[in-house]
Design a protein around this ligand. Structure first.
Ligand SMILES: O=C(CO)[C@H](O)[C@H](O)COP(=O)(O)O
Ligand SMILES: [Fe+2]
Length: 231
């Protein structure tokens, strides 16, 4: 069966002292995209890294750099992330007063525009920006930390957003607590991309390929249409 689900390891769970090597290792292990969690200690209760660090690892791979901005305010920093080499820039709907303006600014910088919703944020906030959007990132944990438990209530929201998108070229990304056990739930509901930090970076570099394959297998098998003679 051909691969469907995009797997985006979050470097939040990598060894930051060897970040470049870790990026190369997950790319060799089968990562499709690299997910970059930027936290400011204000919108979320944690601080990670910013444009200089992203720029420093940009030459380690040609894979898509998928940047998840958990910062408020955000608009003034968008160009720095585009310049650092991010391909997709995702802002939180809860962190920008003028979501339409933020999304248009990202596209004007030549990047794909994403919007992220916290678990408790209703999907209606994206209803009037669908023509400005390339990606919807649904948080399945409260943002700020890796290694948290998946919040199952968000699965229904995935299906509702899938219906809202219709045939527009917008993809759905799931972030938080994704494991081989939870991946099928969101894949079945319509997820296109799975972010995983702790489930990829566990067990050391020799385990990365197996960890990524397990997620891909769980997601793609969940979405495989049943055929007549298959049980
Ligand atoms: O955005 C995030 C946290 O705010 C991370 O991308 C996410 O939590 C990934 O880590 P894990 O797979 O360990 O949950
Ligand atoms: Fe993230």
């Amino acid at each position: 069966m051909s691969q469907k689900t995009i797997i985006a390891p979050s470097v939040l769970s990598a060894d930051f002292s060897r970040l470049g090597e870790e990026v190369e290792a997950v790319c060799r292990a089968g990562a499709d995209w690299i997910h970059l969690d930027v936290m400011d200690g204000h919108f979320v209760p944690n601080i990670t890294f910013g444009p200089p660090v992203i720029k420093a690892i940009r030459n380690r791979t040609d894979k898509v750099f998928d940047c998840h901005l958990m910062i408020e305010p955000v608009d003034a920093f968008l160009s720095a992330f585009a310049d650092a080499g991010c391909d997709i820039v995702t802002v939180h709907a809860e962190a920008t007063t003028h979501l339409d303006r933020s999304l248009q600014a990202i596209r004007d910088l030549g990047c794909k525009a994403g919007v992220s919703l916290n678990p408790s944020t209703p999907e209606t906030v994206i209803e009037y920006v669908l023509d400005r959007l390339d990606l919807v990132l649904l948080m399945t944990v409260n943002p700020g930390f890796g290694g948290q438990a998946f919040i199952p209530a968000v699965v229904d929201k995935v299906a509702r957003i899938k219906a809202m998108i219709g045939n527009r070229p917008i993809v759905i990304e799931i972030d938080g607590g994704v494991t081989p056990e939870t991946a099928p739930l969101v894949a079945r509901a319509g997820a296109d991309i799975l972010v995983a930090g702790s489930a990829v970076f566990k067990g050391g570099a020799d385990a990365y390929a197996g960890n990524i394959a397990a997620l891909r297998h769980a997601a793609d098998n969940a979405t495989r249409p049943l055929v007549q003679n298959e049980r």
